[in-house]
Design a protein around this ligand. Structure first.
Ligand code: HEM
Length: 407
């Protein structure tokens, strides 16, 4: 395996650069675009073309989420293995043909036509949240707007009580911690798995109530598929409910939070958006590219393969730095600039290939409504602080809080 670099850089250093990880990505690309990361024990791809090609390449597998359970002490196995098994049945961790079957069952609820029909509902929730903030006279963007908006919408779509959102957000963040991986203590993993287990119990009780009193929604469609026999197992049903609820709000919260921060830090671009409201579609794409809520994804090579001049062995992990691909100067002119009117914006923030984000049409509409309503209602919105704090983690990128003021 050839190494053109001195081996000192690592994606693990993102944690030290949460304020701005993009210079680190440029350094990684310059050192070696197909970088062997000693500390992560993985290849790291930073070029747009390599990341896009790998995401489409069937020679990689997504399977293997916590598939090695040898670390679990024998007495903890009965408690920890069932929740891990259910999580590993999510479509995100399945290759075709299982992936195709699972995705097909849910995809019918996420067509652009269905999502378009949700616009009035999303608009109403956005208006109500901003009414409440206006009455208070101040706003903490994340807690008051960016979090509740997508959380209420996905909960409603799934038939989960929206007022449970603080609780399911807490469980989702433990689920996110499992996805983040990294240097976990056994104790921390066990805590996260036990929280995810409570999340599964929560869905079990909702499903139980549903069997007695069916409704007409996405959750019911999945329950019916499970009841009809071999279309969906109970583990798959539970695992994918968790995926939809967690993926359906956390990342979109980051889209709205990161996007608001980016726009407030670039008043010329915000002014452009306010003067030309139709730019909002491009604005959502550009803030997704500029500061993606999901920075990293990874796959494992099923067979030996070649990327450029590098030989990847079967079984090796390949990290795809979506955030770096989105800032690759070979594809994006002035990649570190926020430019809402970019003519063609082929960002990779929703991934690519068979696992391309199922919720992308929903996230886009939520983002469009969030930004247009926010900056119309509060044309003089200002950051209340220059010091923002990012949530720790390498995979998901989002703010802890974003206090703003308005007149
Ligand atoms: C701005 C918001 C969002 C971002 C940035 C985002 C990002 C992503 C990315 C990068 C992937 C692919 C991961 C991979 O290939 O490893 C993905 C997959 C997925 N996303 Fe999203 N997502 C967002 C919103 C949503 C929403 C609102 C939902 C659901 C309502 C959702 C549901 C899913 C599902 C189910 C998958 C798995 C698809 C599959 O495996 O076939 N996402 N998302």
């Amino acid at each position: 395996m050839s190494q053109a670099h001195d081996g000192t850089l690592s994606v693990a250093d993102i944690i030290q650069h949460l304020d701005n990880p993009y210079p680190l990505y440029h350094k990684l690309r310059a050192a070696d675009p197909v970088y062997w990361d000693e500390r992560a024990n993985s290849w790291v791809l930073t070029r747009f073309t390599d990341v896009a090609a790998a995401l489409r390449d069937p020679r990689y597998t997504v399977m293997g989420f916590m598939s090695d359970t040898s670390w679990i002490p024998a007495d903890m196995r009965p408690t920890l293995e069932p929740p891990l098994r259910a999580v590993s049945r999510q479509m995100l961790f399945q290759d075709p043909p299982d992936h195709t079957r699972l995705r097909g069952l849910v995809a019918k609820a996420f067509t652009p036509r269905i999502i378009e029909s949700l616009r009035p509902v999303i608009q109403q929730v956005a208006d109500e949240l901003l009414d409440q903030a206006e009455t208070k006279g101040q706003m903490e963007m994340i807690g008051d707007f960016a979090f509740p908006l997508p959380a209420i919408i996905i909960a409603t779509m799934l038939g989960v009580p929206p007022e449970d959102r603080e609780q399911f957000n807490r469980w989702s963040s433990y689920f996110g911690r499992l996805l983040e991986g990294g240097d976990f203590s056994l104790e921390a993993v066990m805590e996260a798995v036990s929280e995810v287990s409570d999340f599964l119990d929560y869905f079990r009780s909702i499903i139980y109530a549903r069997r007695a009193a069916p409704k007409e929604d996405l959750m019911q469609a999945m329950i019916d598929a499970e009841e009809q026999g071999d279309a969906l197992s109970e583990e798959e049903l539970l695992g994918n409910c968790i995926l939809l609820l967690a993926a359906g709000h956390g990342t979109t919260t980051h889209l709205i939070g990161n996007g608001t921060l980016a726009l407030l830090r670039h008043p010329d671009q915000l002014q452009l958006l306010q003067e030309q409201p139709s730019l909002v579609v491009g604005a959502v794409a550009e803030v997704l590219r500029y500061d993606s809520p999901v920075q990293i994804t990874s796959r494992r090579a099923k067979e030996a393969l070649q990327i450029g001049e590098k030989q990847v062995s079967a079984g090796q992990e390949v990290i795809m730095l979506l955030g770096a691909a989105n800032h690759d100067p070979a594809l994006f002119a002035d990649p570190d600039q926020l430019l809402l009117a970019r003519p063609e914006n082929r960002h990779l923030s929703f991934g690519l290939g068979v696992h391309f984000c199922l919720g992308a049409p929903l996230a886009r509409v939520e983002g469009e409504i969030a930004f247009s309503t926010l900056f119309k209602r509060f044309p003089h919105l200002l950051l209340a602080t220059n010091e923002v704090e990012w949530q720790p983690g390498m995979v998901f990128r989002g703010l802890k809080q974003l206090p703003v003021s308005f007149t």
